[in-house]
Design a protein around this ligand. Structure first.
Ligand code: ADP
Ligand code: MG
Length: 487
């Protein structure tokens, strides 16, 4: 076995592990103790990848990395290959011959790290082939996707436990930026692990330079004034997050009128302009971005000085993720939540639309089956009419189509005009009770944002408790600590 510190410097060019990384690497490799599994909770940019990449390059056997995002997978593999590490990926963008040759190389041990999407395990030929390999480590990235209670459930992920058994119960490392205690438990259980065998490593908001503040807002005029005062106080890069594109656009106009130059980023923009905005921000050519939560993936910029939430986010999980992008360089940075009761109503609608009920799925499925291929010419407007939408922002249809795709009920998309039904509705999408439970959980998550705002004690302590960690001390760098005399 190679020495992890040597691999860290020779392959990655870093001098030292971050403390959490070191604990995980030692655990997975069995240095100074027995080898074992780990569940890693670390904010985005915290350095999760190294926690399995270094062990993978130290070990004899291969490492299988499960990741849901094709773009990120490609990026990681490119980076590894540039450093002469034997890595490859297999997903739907790779041709059949190429897939086979990569699998072959992994089985033969010429590839040490193989990245795959969870959909791969649907293919018996893949599972058969991979069983011939010596998988010494299974790394599950974005592990919250395993849990129905997480914010990004992917049915294929929930079968990973089954698959893990098939490949001989390898040492497993699950990684995520956010998981509440119930999601943590769910991840462990769904992977077929026992809690006592899993080392839980949590980094929390480990940046004392982040200042947490929240302010109650009573109308839009006040919101605008608070925003302008932040812009006047904090120099450097910043992001203002909005829930609604419509509100974002209104504020964009108002800010422009006052001479605040900025870029905007949201899901309704074409991917070209969106990428351009991101690039300009990363390069420091554009300091201020107004964005929806679509902005953030791959935002690894050290000097973000402020993150303002102009509207209440859906959960502490999302809030924690989004503020984790500030102040990576250790310099003072502000994380400001603008709280208004009116905005809660928006989030309650979002929650409703993210959780269509069983009846909705049944109706949608019925229409898709009934119209067959014609649905691609009839288009989404037809579906929305049939399903009786009153509110034009209602996105239940998008949610439900996404779920049908994730469950493998449909293939293709309406956009590409090749949507088709290929399987029956699974029992999970007919189970009204579970769906109601999910809806209720989502509402409770939103309630936690209210409690975060209303809470009288340290904001950081509140967030840590929410994730199940109870020994955080008052931070001395939030508005509550100021008021309570901790500073
Ligand atoms: P995550 O997956 O947690 O979002 P990444 O693994 O992508 O984070 O790492 C984020 C950044 O931190 C990367 O640019 C990576 O090179 C850097 N990084 C990670 N570990 C270290 C380290 N020990 N020393 C220096 N830089 C590191
Ligand atoms: Mg990552």
């Amino acid at each position: 076995m190679l020495d992890p510190n040597t691999v860290l410097s020779s392959v990655f060019g870093f001098d030292s592990f971050r403390p959490a990384q070191e604990r995980i690497v030692r655990r997975v490799l069995g240095i100074g103790g027995e080898r074992g599994h780990a569940l890693v909770l670390m904010p985005t940019g915290g350095g999760k990848s190294l926690c399995y990449q270094v062990p993978a390059l130290c070990m004899e056997g291969g490492t299988l990395v499960v990741s849901p995002l094709i773009a990120l997978m490609q990026d990681q593999v490119d980076t590894l290959r540039r450093r002469n590490a034997a890595a490859a990926f297999i997903n739907s963008t790779v041709s059949r011959e190429e897939r086979e040759s990569r699998l072959e190389a992994f089985v033969a041990g010429r590839i040490k790290l193989l990245y795959v999407t969870p959909e791969r395990f649907r293919k018996p030929e893949f599972v058969e082939r991979i069983r011939a390999a010596r998988v010494e480590l299974l790394a599950v990235d974005e592990a919250h996707c395993i849990s129905e209670w997480g914010h990004d459930f992917r049915p294929d992920y929930s079968r990973l436990g089954e698959f893990r058994k098939l490949i001989g119960d390898p040492i497993t490392i699950a990684l995520t930026a956010t998981a509440t205690p119930d999601v943590q438990q769910d991840i462990i259980a769904k992977l077929g692990l026992v809690p006592d065998d899993v080392l839980l490593v949590h980094r929390g908001i480990d940046r004392p330079n982040l200042r947490l503040e929240a302010e109650e807002i009573f109308d839009e005029k006040m919101k605008f004034e608070v925003l302008r005062s932040v812009l006047g106080t904090y120099n450097g890069s910043g992001i203002i997050y909005f829930s609604l594109i419509q509100t974002l656009e209104r504020f964009s106009q108002m800010l422009a009128d006052k001479g605040h130059r900025h870029g905007v980023y949201h899901g309704r923009l074409q991917s070209g302009p969106r990428r351009a905005v991101q690039r300009r921000f990363l390069r420091g050519e554009q300091d201020l971005i107004l964005a929806t939560n679509a902005f953030g993936m791959g935002i690894d910029k050290p000097d973000i000085r402020f993150i303002v939430h102009a509207e209440v986010p859906a959960s502490i999980e999302s809030y924690y993720q989004e503020i984790g992008r500030a102040g990576r360089d250790g310099q003072d940075s502000l994380c400001m939540l603008l709280y208004s009761q009116e905005d809660l109503a928006i989030q309650m609608d979002f929650i409703k639309w993210s959780n269509p009920n069983a009846g909705f799925y049944a109706r949608l499925f019925g229409i898709l089956e009934g119209t067959g291929g014609d649905i691609n010419t009839l288009g989404p407007e037809y579906l929305r009419e049939q399903l009786n939408f009153k509110n034009r922002r209602d996105f239940r249809l998008e949610t439900a189509l996404g779920m049908l795709d994730r469950y493998g009920v449909t293939e293709g998309t309406l956009d590409d005009r090749d949507l088709r039904v290929v399987a029956e509705l699974p029992p999970q999408l007919e189970d009204e009770e579970r769906m109601e439970e999910k809806l209720e959980r989502d509402n409770r998550k939103l309630l936690s944002m209210v409690q975060y705002f209303r809470g009288e004690s340290c904001r950081r302590v509140f967030v840590e408790k929410y994730f199940g960690f109870h020994d955080e001390k008052p931070c001395g760098n939030c508005d509550r600590c100021d008021a309570n005399g901790f500073s």
